[in-house]
Design a protein around this ligand. Sequence first.
Ligand code: AMP
Ligand code: MG
Length: 278
Amino acid sequence: MSSIPSIDAVREATLVEPKKAKSFSLKDRATHGSSIFDSKKDAKASLEEDALAINDLQDALFASKAGALLVVLQGIDTSGKDGTTKEAFRYTSPLGVNVFAYGKPTEDELAHDYLWRLHQNTPRKGYIHVFNRSQYEDVLVVKVRDLAPAKQVEQRYDQINAFEKLLFENGTRVLKIMLHMSKEEQGERLRERLEVPEKRWKFNPGDLEDRKLWDDYQIAYETALQRCSTPHAPWHVVPADSRTRRDAIAARLIRGELEAMKPTYPDPGWRPEQYPID
Ligand code: AMP
Ligand code: MG
């Protein structure tokens, strides 16, 4: 018997509860995902169905222009930010989905406030945008590597919450997903990047420097998830050790978010019989 968890169940299992977040620890969250999808076969079937539904919902959203969706994807190197995007949107028209990846800020970006480069890429109504890394890098890598004064980093949690609230109150829903992976699994995937010729381009020796700072990153993530899980933009922790389950869980969340927007095709204001085609 197949058992696909309901969207509500997946939401609940991954949610960082905004009010209870004070005691939030990543160690309490599994990295495997088998408590959500016990079989890979079910995860595959669920992903297939959700990817088709995401396409239908996106089409209606595009037609209605009733709102927008921003999917924020965060996770340590190799956690699968690209893979998740590719699978959840495997059937979606590229016309309505845009992906933005944020790396080291350019000189121009550094000459502005840190939210400047993000705000430029928020979705217009009718669109879905995916941020592969995001404003959260400014309280993650920046904090762990001391790239800005501690006092400024400290102010950013509230600033990010205000930014996301601004988006939400102006018609953009914000779905935040952290891909949560074990250090062992990251080791496997980094080895794979060294060994498989087609994956080598993804390897960056800097990833090993970040790996040495694993515990610091986990703590920085905990603080960010704890302080920035809000009712208007809660965080979800998605177990990422199993690629199949990770994609299926993320797709459930994305579908849920789009369904909550209830996109409907607009009434064109005319009847087809008015336009006889000879
Ligand atoms: P990747 O996503 O693997 O292509 O790597 C992008 C790199 O850019 C990662 O090491 C990020 O930590 C880094 N990065 C992203 N945003 C920032 C930022 N605001 N400041 C410094 N480094 C950043
Ligand atoms: Mg990388």
